[in-house]
Design a protein around this ligand. Structure first.
Ligand code: PHE
Ligand code: ZN
Length: 881
C-alpha cells in the first residue's frame, strides 16, 4: 500500500516522458499467492533527450526478481530499486533498447482491489488510474501508449478461461495441468487500460455486425448459473454499439468485445480495451432480483464503458488532470443514449436530481474543485461528481451554444484529429472553436473555475411600451483557494409563456445575445429587454437545465403555479412544482425553528393531484413530479444551521398533507395501476410501477397505510415493487410489526443473493431515527455482511452516512463516532473505499452548532490517526481545512 508522501501534483509541472514504450510483452504465471510477471519492454528515447538519461519506472509494492537490459542481466550498479520505483541509472545510449523485468505479486493478499487481485476465486485486474504499477515497473502514465501482447499461464482446471485485451491468439496446454493463452491488442494504449481475467465463468455470447460489415464476437461472463441474469447487459451492449454508430459515427475496432462481472470492485465498471470489467451489480438483473433502477443503471453503465472505446481509449488523456476529457464527455454520451432509449424529459429530470444531490454539495463545500483540477495529492479522489456529472453538463452546454449539427461536426473533427493520441481539454475545445469559428475562451472557464454560479433574476413589464425586461446578474461564490471568480459564459434557455400557455414571440430584443431560445449571459449584469409584448408573459428560465447554475428569481408564487401547470418544457414544468415544494418546506423549517409551526400553501396539494391524474403525461414523469425534494435537497437549499430532525419532520408533514387532501384520487389511481401486466424492464413498464409505488408512499400515510404497504409487499411479483413496499414500510412505519415481518421474509428469501441483500442493508440503513445507529452497527455482524466487499460496505455504511440524515447526524454524535471507526477500519484494507466513504462528512460546516462540533471531533479523530492512506488523509485534511 502506498504511504503518504505529502507530494502534490500540479498541472503546470507536466513534462512529456523522456522515454516511451512502443511495445510491451507480458507473461503472467498465475498463482494465488505468488504470481510471476515478466515484462519485456521495447524502450525508446524521445528525440532531444540526452542519451543514457536515467529511466525511472513507477512501481507500487512490487518484489523485483530480475532485470535484463538488451538480453543481459543488469549489473547491481546499473539500477536502483525501491518499492515505488525502479531506476536504470545509465540505460543504453541507443535510441531503442529492450529490457526485461520480472516481478512477483500476491493477488490473494491484495485487498486494495487495484492491480492484480482475486474476487470469488477469479483473477482480475484494475489499473486505472495508477494500478498497473502494482503489476510491474512501468511508465505508468496515460501519455505513454504501447502495443501489448499478453501471455497468460494458469491451471487448466481452475482457470479454463483466460482473457486479456485485444484479439485472441495462440492457446495450448502446458506441463503440470496448466495451459496458456495469448492476446494481442493492435491499438496502442496507456497502461491504465490493461486488463486480465482468469477463472471459471459462465458466458452469454452473441455477435454484432458493424456498420462497415465486420463481425464482432460479444461475451458477457458471469458466475456459472447466473447467465440468465446477464441477458439484459448483452442487450444493452448491442443497442449501445448500434447507437454509437448512428449518433456519433463510432464503430467498434476489434474482433471481440468482452464484459466480465466481478463481485469485488471499487467503482461501477472499467473500460479496459476490449475487456470491460464490471461490478456485478451493473451486470446481473432479472425481474425477481433487480429493480427498474438497476436495469436503467445496467443499460447506462454498459453504454458508458462501451462508449469509452472512442472517448477515452482511441483518444485518451495526456495526464490525469484531463480526466474529464474522457469522463465528462462519456457521461454526456451515455446520457444521450439513455434519453434516446427512454423518455428524454424523465431522463433529464433524473440527471438534474443526481447532479444537485452529488455535485452541488461538492461544489459548495470544502472538496470543491474545477472540472479540470490543477492539483491533486491522490488522483483516486478525483473520480468525482464534478469531473463526471458537471463535466457532462459542460459538454452539453457546448452543444447548446453551437447547435446539434455543428456540435456533431466538432466531434467528428476531434475524432479525426486526435485518434491515437493522448490529449487535453484545450485540444477538445479547439475542435469546436475551429469548426464553428466561435471564441470559446470565456466558456472554457467552466473547466477551470470551481463553484456553482448563481443567476439572480428580476422582471419588469411595461404595459405602455409593451416591453418585458429581465434583469440578470451572475455571481460565482468563492471556493477553496479560489476566492476571486471571473465572469462566465452561461447559456440560459428560456421561454416567455403567455396566458394561454403558449410561448410568446417578441419583435426585438436587446441587452444580450439571444439565439434559438437561449440568452447568452456573459457579463455581470444584463438587462434583456423584449419588445412587442402585448401582455405580461411568465418567464420560464433555464429550460431543460441548460446550465448547471442556481437561480434566485424574484417573482410571485402564482407564476410558479402557472408554470407548473403550463410550461411547455417538461423539465421546467417539473422544476416549477419542485421549487414551490422546496420553498414551502423551507418556509415551514424556518417557522418551526421560530417555534411556530405553519401549514403549507394549499396549491401544493392541488398541483400534486393534477400531476398524478394527468393522463396526458407519462407515468414516470408524474411519479417524478410527486416525489418531494429529499431531506438532503432541503438542507442544501437552506444552507446553514441545519437541523436534520426538523427537516425530516417538516417533509413528512408535507407528504401527509398532500396524501390527506388527495386520498380518494390517489387511491383510485393506485388501484387502476394495480392490474398486473407482466414484467418488462422497458421505460413504459417502469414508469407505471414508479407511479404506483409513489402513490403507495402517500397512501401509506393514511389510516390503514401499513396494512396497504404490507399487502403491496406480499403481492409483489418483481423486485421493484417489493423493494418499494419495504422502503415505504421502513420509512413510514419503522416500528410496526408488519415492517419487521416483511424485513424477515425478505431476508429469508434472498439470504443467498448478496446483491439483493445489499438492498436489505440499504433499506435498513435508511430507517429514520436515532436507533438506526445501533441497528447498523449490529448489521455489520450479519453473516451476509463483509467489510472486505465494497458493495456491502457501501450498502450499509455508505447509505447510513450519505442517505440517512436523522440517524447519521444524531445530535449526540454517536453516528459520527461509529462512522469514523468504520472508515479507519476500512482504510487498513481498501483506501479508495475508505476515502470515498469519508466524503459523507463534507458538508459538516452547514450543520447546527452541536452536531457541527461532534462532526469536527470525528474528523479530527480520523486525521490524528497514524498510518492513514494517502487517499483518506487527502479527503479528511481538505474537509477540515
Ligand atoms: N473509468 C471508469 C469509468 O468511468 C471508472 C473507474 C475509475 C473504474 C477508476 C475503476 C477505477 O467508467
Ligand atoms: Zn467513465
Amino acid at each position: 500500500m502506498r504511504t503518504d508522501t505529502g507530494q502534490i501534483f500540479r498541472i503546470e509541472d507536466y513534462r512529456p516522458s523522456d522515454y516511451l514504450i512502443p511495445e510491451t510483452r507480458l507473461t503472467f504465471r498465475l498463482d494465488p499467492e505468488a504470481t510471476v510477471v515478466i515484462a519485456e519492454l521495447v524502450i525508446e528515447r524521445r528525440p532531444g533527450v540526452a542519451p543514457s538519461t536515467p529511466l525511472v519506472l513507477e512501481g507500487d509494492g512490487l518484489v523485483l526478481r530480475r532485470v535484463e537490459i538488451d538480453g543481459k542481466p543488469a549489473g547491481k550498479q546499473s539500477f536502483e530499486v525501491e518499492p515505488n520505483r525502479l531506476t536504470l541509472l545509465r540505460p543504453p545510449a541507443a535510441k531503442r533498447f529492450r529490457i526485461v523485468i520480472e516481478t512477483l505479486v500476491d493477488p490473494s493478499a491484495n485487498t486494495t482491489l487495484m492491480g492484480l487481485y482475486r474476487s470469488s476465486g477469479i483473477y482480475c485486474t484494475q489499473c486505472e488510474a495508477e494500478g498497473f504499477r502494482r503489476i510491474t515497473y512501468f511508465l505508468d502514465r496515460p501519455d505513454v501508449l504501447s502495443v501489448y501482447t499478453v501471455r497468460i499461464e494458469a491451471d487448466a482446471a481452475s482457470e479454463p478461461l483466460l482473457l486479456s485485451n485485444g484479439n485472441p491468439g495462440e492457446t495450448g496446454p502446458l506441463p503440470g495441468g496448466r495451459h496458456f493463452a495469448v492476446w494481442h491488442d493492435p491499438h496502442p494504449k496507456p497502461s491504465y487500460l490493461f486488463a486480465l481475467v482468469a477463472g471459471d465463468l459462465g458466458v452469454v455470447d452473441d455477435s454484432f455486425v458493424t456498420a462497415s460489415g465486420r463481425k464482432v464476437a460479444l461475451g458477457v461472463y458471469v458466475e456459472h448459473g447466473k447467465e440468465d441474469r446477464a441477458l439484459y447487459a448483452m442487450d444493452s451492449l448491442i443497442r449501445s454499439m448500434r447507437w454509437d454508430e448512428e449518433a456519433f459515427g463510432c464503430e467498434y475496432d476489434l474482433d471481440v468485445f468482452n464484459i466480465v462481472a466481478v463481485s469485488d470492485f471499487n467503482m461501477g465498471a472499467m473500460e479496459n480495451k476490449g475487456l470491460n470489467i464490471f461490478n456485478d451489480k451493473y451486470v446481473l438483473a432479472d425481474a425477481e432480483t433487480a429493480t427498474d433502477g438497476d436495469y436503467a443503471n445496467i443499460e447506462a453503465i454498459v453504454a458508458h464503458e462501451y462508449f469509452h472505446n472512442w472517448t477515452g481509449n482511441r483518444i485518451t488523456c495526456r495526464d490525469w488532470f484531463q480526466l474529464c476529457l474522457k469522463e465528462g464527455l462519456t457521461v454526456y454520451r451515455d446520457h444521450e443514449f439513455s434519453a434516446d432509449q427512454r423518455s428524454r424529459p424523465v431522463k433529464r429530470i433524473s440527471e438534474v436530481r443526481t447532479l444537485r444531490a452529488h455535485q452541488f454539495p461538492e461544489d459548495q463545500g470544502p472538496l470543491a474543485h474545477p472540472v479540470r483540477p490543477r492539483r491533486y495529492r491522490e488522483i483516486n479522489n478525483f473520480y468525482t461528481a464534478t469531473v463526471y456529472e458537471k463535466g457532462a453538463e459542460v459538454v452539453r452546454m457546448i452543444r447548446t451554444i453551437l447547435g446539434p449539427a455543428i456540435f456533431r461536426q466538432g466531434m467528428d473533427l476531434y475524432f479525426e484529429r486526435h485518434d491515437g493520441q493522448a490529449v487535453t481539454i484545450e485540444d477538445f475545445l479547439a475542435a469546436f472553436q475551429d469548426i464553428s469559428g466561435r471564441d470559446l475562451t470565456q466558456f472554457a472557464l467552466w473547466y477551470h473555475q470551481a463553484g456553482t454560479p448563481n443567476l439572480s433574476v428580476s422582471t419588469t413589464y411595461d404595459a405602455t411600451a409593451q416591453t418585458f425586461t429581465l434583469e440578470i446578474e451572475q455571481s460565482v461564490p468563492p471556493t477553496p483557494s479560489e476566492s476571486r471568480k471571473r465572469l462566465m459564459h452561461i447559456p440560459l434557455a428560456f421561454g416567455l409563456v403567455g396566458a394561454d400557455g403558449v410561448d410568446m414571440r417578441w419583435t426585438t430584443v436587446d441587452g444580450a445575445t439571444v439565439e434559438d431560445g437561449v440568452i447568452h449571459v456573459r457579463k455581470r449584469r444584463h438587462a434583456v429587454r423584449f419588445s412587442g409584448m402585448a401582455t405580461r408573459p411568465v418567464v420560464s428560465l433555464n429550460r431543460g437545465f441548460s446550465a448547471p447554475v442556481t437561480l434566485s428569481v424574484e417573482r410571485p408564487r402564482d407564476d410558479l403555479v402557472f408554470l407548473a401547470r403550463h410550461d411547455g418544457d417538461g423539465f421546467s414544468r417539473w422544476q416549477a412544482f419542485n421549487t414551490l415544494a422546496t420553498d414551502a418546506l423551507i418556509g415551514a423549517f424556518r417557522s418551526s425553528l421560530g417555534g411556530k409551526p405553519s401549514g403549507f400553501p394549499s396549491e401544493i396539494a392541488t398541483l400534486a393531484v393534477a400531476f398524478a391524474a394527468d393522463g396526458a403525461l407519462e407515468p414516470a414523469y408524474r411519479a417524478l413530479a410527486l416525489t418531494l425534494p429529499g431531506e438532503a435537497d432541503i438542507a442544501r437549499e437552506i444552507g446553514a444551521n441545519i437541523d436534520p430532525d426538523i427537516i425530516h419532520g417538516t417533509r413528512a408533514e408535507l407528504a401527509r398533507t398532500i396524501a390527506e387532501a388527495n386520498a380518494a384520487t390517489f387511491g383510485e389511481l393506485y388501484e387502476a395501476l394495480s392490474t398486473d401486466e407482466g414484467f418488462t424492464p422497458d421505460a413504459a413498464g417502469a414508469g407505471r410501477r414508479a407511479l404506483r409505488n409513489t402513490l403507495l408512499d402517500y397512501l401509506s400515510l393514511l389510516p390503514g397505510g401499513a396494512a396497504l404497504a404490507a399487502r403491496h409487499f406480499s403481492r409483489a411479483t418483481n423486485m421493484t415493487d417489493m423493494a418499494a413496499a419495504l422502503g415505504v414500510l421502513t420509512q413510514r412505519h419503522p416500528g410496526n410489526d408488519r415492517t419487521q415481518s416483511a424485513l424477515a421474509a425478505f431476508e429469508r428469501r434472498f439470504s443467498d443473493n448478496p446483491l439483493v441483500m445489499d438492498k436489505w442493508f440499504q433499506i435498513q440503513a435508511s430507517v429514520p431515527g436515532p436507533g438506526t445507529v445501533e441497528a447498523v452497527e449490529a448489521l455489520t455482524r450479519h453473516p451476509a455482511y463483509s467489510t472486505l466487499n465494497p458493495n456491502r460496505v457501501r450498502s450499509l455504511v455508505g447509505t447510513f452516512s450519505s442517505a440517512n440524515q436523522t440517524a447519521f447526524h444524531r445530535p449526540d454524535g454517536a453516528g459520527y463516532r461509529f462512522f469514523a471507526a468504520t472508515v479507519l477500519d476500512v482504510d487498513g484494507r481498501n483506501p479508495q473505499l475508505a476515502a470515498r466513504l469519508a466524503t459523507a462528512l463534507r458538508s459538516w460546516r452547514s450543520l447546527e452548532a452541536v452536531r457541527r462540533d461532534h462532526a469536527r471531533t470525528a474528523l479530527l479523530s480520523i486525521s490524528s490517526t497514524e498510518g492513514l492512506s494517502t487517499d483518506l488523509r487527502d479527503i479528511v485534511e481538505r474537509t477540515l481545512a
